[in-house]
Ligand binder design. Structure first.
Ligand SMILES: [Zn+2]
Length: 176
């Protein structure tokens, strides 16, 4: 299992970031069962614990990943609405206080639906212009810029940031 180039972004972006190009082809972290389990476990807070014997919801997750990328890159929301149509929130209150519980038409859709819901939360809460794609040529990774000055450009300083620095250095060398 390869390491992912970027982790730790909000759920919706983190799902999009499970796919990236390497040596001219797209790698899919979720295609590897170990990768899929690791990713689900990383988001246990959002999905609840992963049932090791349970059905692995890869199809719905890939659907949601594609839908969120289209929403980000093309402002095209039809596919995402299809994902969201698989569930709804049930609101209630008892002695412990208010509660909201997702209800899915098929439990296999829960992680995909939660990722779609997280995208809506991101749209509601992220300051304008702070959800961006990495500036690296050919890079497909997305991040939420939480830096103070809002000038983050790269998925990571060790990846695209480093390559950009090397390019700038090379260009300066050529010019001098
Ligand atoms: Zn990048």
């Amino acid at each position: 299992m390869t390491d992912r180039p970027l982790t730790g972004e909000p759920l919706a972006l983190d799902l999009v970031n499970t796919e990236w190009p390497e040596h001219g082809r797209m790698l899919d972290y979720l295609a590897d069962p170990a990768g899929l389990r690791t990713w689900l476990a990383e988001h246990e807070d959002e999905f609840g614990p992963v049932d090791p014997e349970g059905q692995i919801p890869l199809g719905p997750l890939r659907h949601a990943r594609r839908a969120i990328r289209r929403a980000l890159e093309e402002k095209e929301y039809g596919e995402l609405n299809t994902v969201l149509a698989h569930g709804r929130l049930r609101l209630s209150i008892d002695g412990h206080g208010p509660a909201e519980r997702p209800e899915l038409d098929d439990p296999a859709w829960l992680p995909a639906w939660e990722a779609g819901r997280a995208f809506l939360d991101l749209v509601r809460t992220a300051p304008p212009g702070r959800v961006r794609k990495c500036d690296g040529p050919g890079c497909v990774l997305w991040f939420l810029d939480t830096s103070r000055n809002g000038r983050r450009r790269w998925c990571s300083m060790t990846g695209c940031g480093n390559r950009a620095k090397a390019r700038a250095h090379y260009t300066r060398g050529q010019a001098g």
